[in-house]
Structures are given as C-alpha cells and as structure tokens.
Design a protein around this ligand. Structure first.
Ligand SMILES: [Fe+2]
Length: 267
C-alpha cells in the first residue's frame, strides 16, 4: 500500500514530535504493508509556516535517510504538503512556496472544517487554472459535506480528486464523518484513501481496517484502487481512475465525459 497523506516528519506541525515517534510510525507502516509514504506536513500560514525551500528540503532528505536506514529500505518517503486553503494560497502558489506531491502536478489541499464550500471551490479553481491537480484532503470531515456531498461532486467535475481519511471509514471520527465517507464511497467519486497519521499511538499509519471494510462491502478492486493503484498514479503523475473505470475508461462518476490529460491541460 501507498500512504498519500501522513504527518511523519517530526517537529514541523502537529504530527510527529520526535525522531523516536517518526521511526515508530515508520515501523508501524512497514508492519501494516505500506511501502511508500508521501510526507505531507501542514502548511497553515501563521500556525505551521512550512514552505518550499532549503529548510523543508533538508527535512525531507533527513527523514528519507533516517527511515530508509531504520527499515532496511522497506519504506520510501516522498515529498508532499497539506496546503490549507486560505486567502493567501494563490499568492503562495505563484511564489513557488507550496510543495506538490512528489514530482507530480498533484497538490493536497485541506480547508477549515466549517469552511464555505464556495470559497474552497473558488480557491481550487484558481489552483487548477495555474496547472495544479488538487486532491481534497478528508472531504468527509467538512461540515458542508455532512449536509450534502453535491458541492464535492461539483469539485470532482472541475478536476479535483477526493481523498478520504481511513479513520473516517472505520468510524474513528464519529457517525457524521463515517456516513459521509460511505456516501462518497457509494458515489464512486473517491479516488484515494490515506492514513493522515499524526503519531504512533492513536492516529497511526495503518490502513488495513479501512482496506478490509472497503473490500468486504464493495470489492477488493475498489480497496486496491484507493490504496495502491491511484496512489501509484499520483507518484507517476498520471490521471487517477474512478471505481469501475479501467485505464482506457472515459466516464466520470457523474456521467460527464471524462477528459483526457491533453484535453484538460491543453498539453
Ligand atoms: Fe493531514
């Protein structure tokens, strides 16, 4: 499995707080069948001021080496960031201060839980216009989605991907998040699930229970798609697939025509 959302780098945000925790998280991930982690420290201006640059490069490099040594090269760490949608986001993007997922055009984006869906949509649209492929982090945890998933479906049609927290699927964030996660799984609009792990005791990088839930209630193909196939496509900067769609498929879940990269990006 490939974990596309994990706060494994210590000392940068509210995730790992020490080398020991980082290495413990790495061992948990390996035991849970994870081969690759995209490390996604928060970028929240004023709270977690992590921006692209030498300091962050050093942190990624340091963790990659530490984790590789501690796990006999069984766990690869890739670069990423969890970008908080705010009024300054586009300015930061244009200044090159935000970090993409590995070497792709994908960028992980979150917003305040009580954010107005209109603001999130407008921010994502501005990012898409500037060449970003946004991945919306834990859409099932936003309050507007508990009322209706329609705004999220519109964002998917715009070209955004949805990434569920595995803890929402297993019910660890309560009934509203779980109900919304299942509604999104039912819809077929979800393309990724990830641990969003923050530590080694409670929010850990272990996605097996969620994988079992999806495999049992839907299919093992769907679980593979969310945790293995699409995450690999993020690392390869390829378009992600929807449930039931093979690599030559062209239908989005809302039955709008699925555009090719060439049509979408004009390249
Ligand atoms: Fe996160």
């Amino acid at each position: 499995m490939i974990d596309t959302h994990c706060h494994i780098i210590f000392g940068l945000d509210d995730g790992s707080d020490s080398i020991e925790t980082t290495l413990e998280m790495a061992h948990i991930a390996v035991s849970a069948g994870i081969t690759d982690i995209i490390a996604t420290p928060h970028c929240v201006p004023g709270s977690f001021d992590n921006y692209a640059g030498d300091d962050l490069d050093r942190a990624f490099k340091n963790i990659r080496t530490l984790v590789s040594d501690a796990t006999d090269s069984r766990l690869n760490i890739h670069r990423g960031m969890e970008v908080y949608a705010a009024s300054s986001t586009i300015d930061l993007l244009e200044k090159g201060l935000l970090v993409y997922m590995s070497r792709s055009n994908y960028m992980l984006v979150e917003c305040a839980f009580d954010e107005d869906p209109g603001f999130l949509r407008d921010t994502l649209r501005s990012m898409i216009r500037r060449g970003v492929r946004p991945i919306i982090a834990h859409p099932e945890r936003y309050y507007f989605a508990h009322d209706s998933i329609r705004p999220l479906m519109d964002m998917v049609d715009m070209g955004c991907a949805l990434q569920l927290d595995t803890a929402s699927i297993t019910g660890d964030f309560g009934s509203s998040c779980r109900r919304t996660a299942i509604e999104l799984l039912d819809s077929g609009a979800v393309q990724l699930a990830a641990s969003d792990a923050h530590d080694a005791f409670s929010r850990v990088p272990d996605m097996r229970d969620a994988a079992k839930f999806v495999a049992f209630n839907y299919s093992s193909n769907y679980a593979d798609l969310l945790l293995e196939i699409n995450p690999a496509r993020v690392l390869e900067n390829r378009s992600m697939l929807f449930r039931g769609q093979n690599s030559s498929g062209r239908q989005s879940p809302s039955a709008n025509r699925f555009m090719t990269d060439e049509e979408y990006w004009g390249i």
